[in-house]
Write a protein that binds this ligand. Sequence first.
Ligand SMILES: [Zn+2]
Length: 221
Amino acid sequence: MALNLVMFGPPGAGKGTQASRLAVERGIPKISTGDILRDAVQAGTELGRQAKAVMDAGELVSDETMVGIVRERLERDDAASGFILDGFPRTVAQALALDAFLEGRDPLVVVELAVPDDNLVNRLSKRRVCARCGAIVGPQPDVLPAESATCGTCGGTLVQRSDDREDVVRERLRVYHQRTSPLVEFYKRRPSFRSLDGSHGPDLVARAVGEAVDTAVGASG
Ligand SMILES: [Zn+2]
């Protein structure tokens, strides 16, 4: 049975890492919207050209174009035995289009990695980046004041990314919840929907994701 999976998770929850791990484990592609858009633009497909024109104009790619691009990607051979979608669907219209596309295929499994906002703010605000080599350090519970901490790899100064500042993280989380809650409402009554506690360490979360996916595939629907 193919594993057709959609993963949701707020910024900082480790969704990308978990999606990549599971993709390697199960031998199926991890498909992130950013990557597909880049691929489609690079491949110069009709939809890729449309998307590029829209992005060049500084606008958001429409649901219709996004759906077309994802469909093109899911029709490739390597997605026949399953896929992990990361960053799609973003709207209920996209979710409906995905359902229509998957009709007659194995059911969609949806996994949400839930982590309390305060926990994410705490995680991200403790993260530091090396100003010299770009290595990401942390989150460290006992991180030194940023200006006195140095990179373990190159000895460079560790700094906080502006994206990781508390006010910025809170705003990203607000936008995430606003955008995602209609989708969670859309999916949560299905027997193949799972919401997991993503606040544990990556190995524990990976095990929980694996188990959730295996039971959800059986649940179907
Ligand atoms: Zn460094």
